[in-house]
Ligand binder design. Structure first.
Ligand SMILES: [Fe+2]
Length: 194
């Protein structure tokens, strides 16, 4: 994490309760993680996000107990200003999405960070807490889309919850390009469950 975002003044990030919130969804917590960890749905579910994020460049990098998805910007949308010794110097990075096994997400944007904590309530109910910390208020405009993307995800996840109950549901192979993160998650779950 430090390699990517260590150049940011993390200690100056300010917690903003007014743009932080809790959501409750009617789905299993792992389905929420599944959705977060795959990029397949972006062009279908997030039309507006797909306008700014470059889908073909979308990338997932695996570490032992966490992984990183990188969102590259398609146009001049808000991107990070990297120092020249940065690992991604010269690239247009709009967001770093770090997932920490099993239930934490650290989403870094040019305006700051949004942390998601996924809390299981029951088999079909999950609470997600969004904590926003801002350091560059001038770039906050780029954040407006986030709530919309979140609601789009929640709707999809709740639909998946009812979909997996269907008699017609079967599992399939993971996509090596778009489901690297989901595969990683499921491998860790089975490892930890013995
Ligand atoms: Fe999504």
């Amino acid at each position: 994490m430090n390699d990517r975002i260590g150049f940011l003044p993390i200690s100056d990030f300010k917690y903003m309760p007014e743009i932080s919130r809790d959501y409750e969804i009617k789905a299993h917590w792992a389905l929420y993680c599944d959705n977060y960890l795959e990029g397949f749905h972006i062009p279908f579910v997030h039309k507006a996000l797909n306008e700014v994020i470059s889908y073909p460049e979308y990338e997932t990098i695996l570490f032992d107990h966490c992984n990183l998805q990188i969102g590259y910007s398609k146009n001049s949308a808000e991107v990070f200003n990297f120092p020249d010794n940065h690992i991604d110097f010269g690239k247009s990075v709009a967001a770093y999405y770090f997932w920490i096994f099993p239930n934490m997400m650290f989403n870094f944007y040019p305006w700051g960070i949004s942390i998601n904590i996924v809390k299981p309530i029951s088999i079909e109910k999950t609470k997600i807490s969004y904590l926003s910390y801002v350091w560059d208020e001038s770039k906050l405009e780029g954040r407006a889309e986030l709530d919309k993307v979140e609601l789009e995800d929640e709707e999809v996840v709740e639909n998946v919850q009812s979909g997996i109950r269907s008699l017609y549901y079967t599992t399939g192979r993971f996509s090596p390009t778009m489901e690297k993160g989901v595969h990683h998650f499921h491998t860790l779950v089975s490892e930890f469950m013995g």
